[in-house]
Write a protein that binds this ligand. Structure first.
Ligand code: 4AD
Ligand code: MG
Length: 462
């Protein structure tokens, strides 16, 4: 007997007309009457269920009638096309074998649960329609990201997870040690003596692969990283996680304007691919999570994103007829409420560029005004800042002095500085928060609901 996955049935139903086949999956719902019944079967291969019709000709009919939700079964039967019914075809069962009868305590009975509750059963939530849709989209989007860069000549770099390089600020990096924390730590000059630790110095888990990315960009021209990133910040918000995935391309011979072109092209490609490959999932999200989602995504693919200077964004905010919790100021960062206002004002993604240097990272290129850096954040409605990038300071002296001013260890980062002596280039890169992109694509409002097992302050369950 030929074993078929449900996706193939939906994609080529004609080929299976009146054929007897076998499927294996989980019962999503069971409805029965005295002499017959229906099972909605899902095998994980496809968003929609296969409708199975069974009747009392089955020798175990009484058992099947009592089948519980999420029981795993093997069904043999014939595919019958039903062009006039709600579902395009169904399977008439000739044999149903129960592999595991799901117990009655199974928490996902047929009713709607809150996302908060579903987080407490993270091991089961991928079986719900919502999370099935979200995590298939996540998988498709991840592949599209690789596809975009591979098709455009970038080399995939696996930057290290363990690092001593301080990119976004060591205060936000998790420390990594083999020192015995249950005993007094070895001391030297009144401080912990990390020379006795496994790497002979203080080590961290990476908060960005950018610095290593820049080294490889200076060999391959264009590279990207895509991997887990950890930050120890104690931010309990809907858009921050302590473990998230970041995509970090780095491109030589590329300035800030060209960088924005890449960011825009890249985002459109990923959105377009998800639109093409996940129509069922997106329809579900459109209906139950964010009304108008598909329209929004289609529009993003054809619109050109607004580009404006940080100071012009502040002008718009200052002119707004609004009571702010945080007053917008020229020298300061944008608060969530500001990002929201700006993206709603332009009704789509907005690049905010040329930021005040004091609130941005050490490696960003200083503009001619001496006050701003060539940095750019891409803000989108809902998820806020999804990409953060910049043109890098390519001048050795300027970079060295900036690092000294900010007390950044120039000895530890000598190799990063050397890039500015051995064929330095105008170069730029950005980081995309993968989960924030997924929030934007699916309409989900909480980062905890687009990552399989969220790690956030106070939560490392599962
Ligand atoms: O803006 P960030 O901190 O930039 C960097 O790390 C640069 N080294 C990137 C680069 O130029 N190569 O982080 C980049 C993006 C943010 O725009 C945001 O989308 C995401 O990473 N991000 C987070 N996502 C979830 N949880 C957090 N705690 C995040 N912190 C940053
Ligand atoms: Mg940022």
């Amino acid at each position: 007997m030929e074993k078929i996955i449900i996706k193939d049935l939906f994609k080529n139903m004609q080929n299976f007309e009146n054929k007897e086949i076998q499927v294996e999956g989980w019962a999503r719902t069971v409805r029965d009457s005295k002499t017959f019944g229906f099972i909605e079967l899902n095998d994980g291969s496809y968003f929609n269920n296969l409708q199975i019709v069974f009747n009392d000709s089955l020798q175990n009919f009484e058992e099947i009638r009592k089948l519980t939700i999420s029981s795993s079964i093997k069904v043999t039967g014939k595919i019958i096309l039903t062009p006039d019914a709600k579902q395009p075809f169904e399977m008439h069962a000739t044999d149903i074998q129960i592999q595991n009868l799901c117990t009655q305590e199974y928490p996902l009975q047929k009713k709607r649960h809150t996302f908060e509750y579903l987080r407490t059963i993270a091991h089961l939530r991928p079986r719900t329609n919502t999370f099935n849709a979200i995590f298939r989209i996540r998988s498709v989007a991840a592949f599209a990201i690789h596809e975009y860069f591979q098709n455009n000549g970038y080399v995939y770099l696996n930057s290290p997870i363990v690092t001593c390089a301080d990119c976004e600020g060591s205060a936000e990096m998790f420390k990594l040690t083999t020192l015995d924390l249950d005993r007094p730590l070895p001391q030297k000059d009144g401080q912990t003596d990390f020379s006795q630790d496994i790497f002979g110095k203080k080590a961290y888990i990476t908060g960005s692969g950018q610095l290593h990315g820049e080294t490889f960009a200076h060999a391959f021209g264009k590279i990207y990283t895509f991997g887990p990133t950890l930050r120890s910040e104690n931010s309990n918000t809907k858009t921050h996680a302590n473990e998230f995935w970041m995509v970090e391309p780095e491109v030589c011979f590329c300035d800030l304007e060209e960088l924005m072109n890449i960011e825009e092209d890249f985002l459109k490609y990923v959105v377009k691919t998800v639109l093409e490959k996940c129509p069922e999932e997106l329809e579900f999200c459109d209906k139950f999570i964010e009304n108008g989602l598909i329209e929004k995504l289609k529009k993003v693919c054809v619109s050109s994103f607004t580009r404006l200077d940080h100071k012009d964004a502040i002008d718009i905010l200052k002119k707004a007829d609004k009571e702010w919790e945080f007053q917008p100021e020229y020298g300061e960062d944008l608060a969530k409420e500001h990002e929201k206002y700006i993206t709603e004002y332009f009704n789509g993604p907005v690049f905010v560029k040329n930021w005040p240097k004091d609130i941005k990272a050490f490696y960003m290129k200083l503009n001619e005004d001496g006050k701003t850096v060539a940095a750019v954040d891409l803000e989108v409605p809902g998820a806020g800042e999804i990409m953060g990038g910049s043109q890098r300071e390519e001048d050795f002296e300027k970079l060295f002095n900036r690092m000294k001013d900010l007390n950044i260890d120039t000895d530890e980062l000598y190799w990063y500085l050397e890039l500015r002596k051995y064929g330095s280039t105008v170069h730029s890169g950005f980081g995309l928060g993968f989960e924030r992109l997924l929030m934007y694509i699916t309409g989900m409002q909480n980062i905890r609901d687009v990552i399989p097992f969220p790690r956030t302050p106070g939560n490392c369950d599962f």
